[in-house]
Design a protein around this ligand. Structure first.
Ligand code: NAG
Ligand code: NAG
Length: 365
């Protein structure tokens, strides 16, 4: 009797496995490009100093182990996957990303990178954005040999794409050191114009490669992260120079996306106002259940904003009451607040529309 049940269950498992193989899941595929805010482990496979693969990173992840995510637990792409009803995407460099797993999408992001090739050179071997786009092409060749070119194209065209770039072009390039090469070469307004012109090429390339729904995040409040409070702020107020960088960059990005959408004649690019999304809980942390939005949970020095988060750092006992996990990155709790704005934010947050609206529209299409 028992062996019959075991056989029955094994047969059932095989049938279920076959079913999920032949009927691709209803959820959209999801592709992620960008920097450490969205990297979910690609840098683990590289010889770089920009990595999150040792404790206490991942302390609140389901496995309680570090994964390469710059978070105590889930990061923004994980929570987006949850919201669209999909499995979480694997890092593109993961050997587990093959076969059926390819249908879910892939994460190409790499901590430390920026719009410019010279951003993050101090981290050595990272996947710069042009390389991420090359990998996207390579991915599509692999997908195509699995399900054929027509289905492959359909999956990519129907997918959701997230790209998060730009923060490092300021904090890990222009403002990395006083008198940096880029700050001697460009005034801030000229540097921003240059970044926007380079970003335009990257976004146009994504469209050429088949992306049709692209969430593009502006830079967050760069001057308000614990690292910058520790380095640049005497009073604990956000650093005005970095705020000025975002104030110049973000509106030009919104304009660029509107121009691209007009040229294409469709709402391909969606501008995510990361400053507005973050400022809610930065200016009023208590309203969101945080005790502080200035002090990182993990780190050392003023605001826990100096150096890396390691086993030797201060670590807060309850990560849910800190807006920042480490000196630069939000906690899982903050990431959940951020993604809830992606889903339902008004047009000041998500322009021209939020993710709920996109999902509802694409469902009908
Ligand atoms: C960055 O590097 C890629 C390839 O390595 C190159 O194609 C691209 O033109 C470079 N971008 C700039 C702005 O130099
Ligand atoms: C999404 O955005 C639309 C348009 O701005 C808005 O009307 C709606 O309330 C937002 N939330 C949801 C859940 O759709």
């Amino acid at each position: 009797m028992e062996s019959f049940m075991t056989l029955f269950i094994s047969l059932l498992e095989i049938l279920l496995a076959l079913g999920s193989w032949t009927v691709p899941s209803e959820a959209k595929a999801f592709f992620v490009f960008g920097d450490s805010l969205v990297d979910n482990g690609n840098n683990n496979f590289l010889a770089t100093t920009a990595r999150a693969d040792s404790p206490p990173y991942g302390v609140d992840y389901p496995t309680h182990r570090p994964t390469g995510r710059f978070s105590n637990g889930l990061n923004i792409p994980d929570i987006i996957s949850e919201q669209i009803g999909a499995e979480t995407t694997l890092p593109y460099l993961s050997p587990e990303l093959r076969g059926e797993r390819l249908l879910v999408g892939a994460n190409f992001a790499s901590a430390g990178i920026g719009i410019l090739n010279d951003t993050g050179i101090q981290f050595f071997n990272i996947i710069r954005i042009n390389k991420q786009l090359e990998y996207f092409q390579q991915y599509q060749r692999r997908l195509s040999s699995l399900i054929g070119p027509v289905q492959s194209q359909r999956l990519v065209n129907g997918a959701l794409v997230l790209i998060t770039l730009g923060g490092n072009d300021f904090v890990n390039n222009y403002y990395l050191v006083p008198y940096s090469a880029r700050s001697r070469e460009f005034s801030l307004p000229d540097y921003v114009r240059y970044l926007i012109s380079e970003y335009k090429k990257i976004l146009a390339r994504l469209y050429e490669l088949g992306a049709r729904r692209v969430l593009v995040t502006g830079t967050g409040p760069l001057g308000c992260v614990p690292a910058e409070l520790a380095l640049r702020s005497r009073t604990g107020d956000c650093d005005p120079e970095l705020e000025r960088a975002g104030d110049l960059f973000n509106p030009q990005l919104v304009q660029l996306l509107a121009d691209l959408n007009r040229q294409i004649g469709a709402d391909v690019y969606i501008a995510v106002n990361a400053v507005k999304i973050h400022m809610g809980f930065i200016t009023n942390p208590q309203a969101y259940g945080f005790v502080t939005s200035k002090i990182a949970c993990c780190g050392q020095g003023p605001y826990n904003g100096i150096g890396l988060c390691t086993v030797a750092s201060n670590l807060c006992p309850n990560r849910d009451i800190y807006a920042f996990w480490d000196a630069f990155h939000p906690s899982e709790k903050a990431n959940r607040i951020i993604v809830s704005q992606f889903m339902t934010g008004s047009v000041e947050y998500m322009n021209p529309m939020n993710l709920s609206t996109i999902l509802a529209m694409d469902e009908k299409a």
